[in-house]
Ligand binder design. Structure first.
Ligand SMILES: Cc1ncc(COP(=O)(O)O)c(C=O)c1O
Length: 408
């Protein structure tokens, strides 16, 4: 006899973190913002025009001829890719990881997941920026960590507010501070050099691990580059990176550069997830890197996304009603709007979709009930010629929502 569909006692069977899943709410928000024929200012995907499809097609047969390409590989990554990338990081950051400080991962999310599972027990304290990347947030919450938020301003995470939180905070101190110092998702803001120094000083003083997510670090538009937290303090920082925005997200690749003791734990955890990152993708990236394609691709992507940022910010300046605040991104994929008063961007979503434009409501980027009057716009994947129209439509919806009732 077959079981009744849905008859299993899921409430008893699911793990505790699933039963209290706050990720569902975020998934619902994202589903809403993506599921239409609207001009999508919601999706934070990279643009396919930046993917190295031709270079990959050309190198494919050569790479496949290598015996390692279709085989399991070492958990920490293939030696050739590790060699190339160690040199590359050394040039980019002014510090190369030692052999035991580097782990190749299957994307940035895997790196974050490995760090989360290796450090956090239920009830442990984690500090994040408000707003922050929802993928990391959901990961911390699923580990049943206590997430505390420190606000960001024009100079990134407010280190005075963090110092205050740590000073008055109950023992034990947080284990982990998660920060996206460059062209943050979702705000587009970056951490100032002074605050970078302040942050590592606080981490050392209170014995906290900084998890530095550098997903957009290479996509700066104006040539300015601040030192990475990992380069400043490799003793207390784990740098989590992804090749999704500089190579392709279709080949899941990323890295963690961190103290050797931590990398050893992450490698043990990885043996329990996918055991090793796919060899074929690692070999393709190595060839792309050694041929110079990786560096040329990054330079081209900067120009590509800068043009889109310019279009979006010009449209925002031309059409947004007075009283709406926007960030000024110098890189990355995103701009962040703050609406005046009590406007609820979740509720506004339906009206925006009716006006054929989508965004992500700000609440998705906070652990608590914040960000209700904010929203994230992405300029990365929307067709370039539709950016202005999308912003104009959105501005119309916002203007109507914030206008005093009498003038409606
Ligand atoms: C800040 C941040 N970290 C990590 C990731 C995930 O990277 P990956 O696609 O390599 O898992 C993203 C992707 O959107 C991101 O925005």
């Amino acid at each position: 006899m077959s079981a009744e569909p849905g008859a299993a006692p899921w409430d008893r069977l699911f793990a505790r973190h699933v039963a209290s899943d706050t990720g569902d709410q975020i998934t619902a928000i994202l589903d809403q913002s993506g599921a239409t024929d609207a001009i999508a200012l919601s999706g934070g995907f990279p643009h396919p025009d930046t993917f190295p499809a031709r270079a990959l097609a050309e190198s494919q047969a050569r790479v496949l001829a290598q015996p390692a390409a279709l085989q399991y590989g070492p958990t920490r990554g293939l030696p050739g890719l590790r060699d190339w990338f160690t040199d590359w990081l050394g040039r980019a950051e002014g510090r190369a990881p030692t052999e035991d400080e580097l782990l190749i991962t299957s994307g940035g999310m895997e790196g974050l997941g490995l760090v989360t599972r290796s450090l956090l027990d239920p009830g442990d304290r984690v500090v994040v920026e408000g707003p922050t990347f929802f993928g990391a947030l959901v990961g911390f919450q699923r580990q049943l960590a206590r997430v505390e938020t420190v606000p960001v301003d024009q100079d990134g995470l407010d280190t005075d507010a963090l110092a205050e939180l740590l000073r008055r905070g109950s023992e034990p101190p947080p284990k982990l501070l998660y920060v996206i110092p460059d062209y943050q998702n979702p705000s587009g803001l970056s951490l100032s050099p002074e605050r970078r120094h302040a942050l590592v000083e606080l981490a050392r003083r209170y014995g906290i691990l900084i998890v530095e997510d550098v997903a957009y670090r290479e996509l700066g538009f104006d040539g300015e580059r601040h030192p990475s937290l990992w380069a400043l303090a490799p003793d207390v920082v784990a740098q989590v990176g992804t090749f999704a925005k500089t190579f392709t997200p279709g080949i899941r690749l990323g890295w963690v550069a961190a103290p050797a003791r931590l990398v050893a734990q992450l490698a043990r955890a990885k043996q329990n997830t996918d055991q090793c990152t796919g060899a074929l993708g690692q070999l393709l990236l190595e060839e792309y890197g050694r041929s110079g394609g990786f560096d040329r691709g990054i330079a081209a992507s900067r120009d590509f996304y800068r043009r889109r940022r310019d279009l979006m910010t010009a449209a925002l300046d031309a059409h947004l009603p007075a009283g709406v605040d926007r960030t000024h991104p110098h890189g990355g994929f995103f701009s962040w709007l703050t609406l005046p008063g009590q406007v609820d961007t979740m509720a506004l979503q339906q009206r925006a979709l009716a006006a054929k434009v989508s965004y992500v409501p700000g609440r998705a980027f906070y652990a608590g009930e914040h960000g209700g009057n904010c929203l994230r716009l992405a300029f990365s994947r929307v067709p370039e010629e539709r950016i202005t129209e999308g912003v104009r439509n959105l501005a119309g919806v916002i203007a109507e929502a914030i206008a005093p009732a009498a003038t409606r």
